[in-house]
Design a protein around this ligand. Structure first.
Ligand code: IPD
Ligand code: CA
Length: 262
């Protein structure tokens, strides 16, 4: 695929993320004050907006690139050489509970490599973008990871979901605390990762996360000078993977600590 075709996809993905984000924002602002919460399973919220927004994104991309495949959190899809990987709302629990911390995530993956990553936070109007080899940007301004090199000065976000046993998470959490890091968990893997890309925190780690949560944001971290594990393997597209993303100086100590989780 040539550069022009990648650039066309980048522009379409940015416009689609903004439009989708505006729909998420509208649905968030018009929600009832008395929340009628629905669940798919324990701690797994069901909102109609996730499906509505995923369909909008799938339609917009299929209109312009009818031959590209599509994999989304809500309706799944088929994996192919030219593939869009989409999370319509990452941070669904916060969205459902009325907390304004969530985003739209769109990645374009060519023969297994993420070429484009877009994460849009519609409440803060922050559009994080990257094209492989072209650097990372926030609202079109270049961003880079922090220069924090000491774990005792670092802020680490450690995500967790009930897909993995709690004791592994607890061991890693304890280790980071013993090492002197400030450890938090906020509820959107994609936003947690792009916050690393722009130096708001120094690492984002999770023992298991799905491809649609982290594919776009992992490229944004790499393009902002950060390090990530080889996240988007072929198995990851089917089943998810561990994600470790941090400043290059923190790589060894964070990788070692994450091993305690397995
Ligand atoms: C979840 C969030 C959460 C992470 C989970 C994800 P969702 O996605 O990214 O921060 O810890 O692993 O499943 O359910 O909000 O789309
Ligand atoms: Ca998600």
């Amino acid at each position: 695929m040539n550069k022009t075709e990648i650039n066309l996809r980048f522009l379409a993905a940015c416009a689609t993320a903004r439009e989708a984000g505006m729909l998420v924002r509208t649905r968030f602002l018009e929600r009832d004050n008395v929340l009628k919460l629905k669940f798919k399973g324990p701690q797994d919220y069901l909102t109609e907006t996730d499906g509505e927004v995923e369909q909008l994104i799938a339609r917009r991309l299929a209109d312009v690139f009818p031959d590209d495949a599509f994999l989304g959190e809500e309706y799944g899809g088929d994996i192919d050489d030219k593939l869009w990987v989409v999370d319509p709302i990452d941070g669904t629990a916060d969205f459902a509970r009325g907390v304004p911390y969530f985003c739209v995530s769109i990645a374009f993956v060519l023969r297994g490599n993420t070429e484009i990553g877009i994460v849009y936070d519609p409440m803060a109007d922050e559009l994080f973008t990257a094209i492989r080899g072209g650097g990372a940007r926030l609202n079109n301004r270049p961003i880079k990871v922090s220069e924090i090199a000491k774990i005792e000065e670092s802020v680490i976000e450690l995500g967790w979901s009930s897909r993995v046993p709690f004791d592994g998470y607890a061991r890693v959490h304890a280790r980071f605390n013993e090492l002197g890091a400030s450890v938090k968990r906020c509820g959107s893997g994609a936003l947690g990762l792009v916050y690393v890309a722009m130096g708001r925190q120094d690492a984002y780690c999770e023992l298991h996360i799905n491809a649609w949560d982290a594919a776009a944001a992992a490229l944004i971290v790499q393009e902002s000078g950060g390090w990530t594990n080889p996240f988007l393997t072929p198995e990851c597209l089917q089943r998810g993977n561990e994600i470790i993303a941090c400043t290059p100086q923190l790589r060894n100590i964070i990788e070692e600590s994450m091993m305690l989780g397995h």
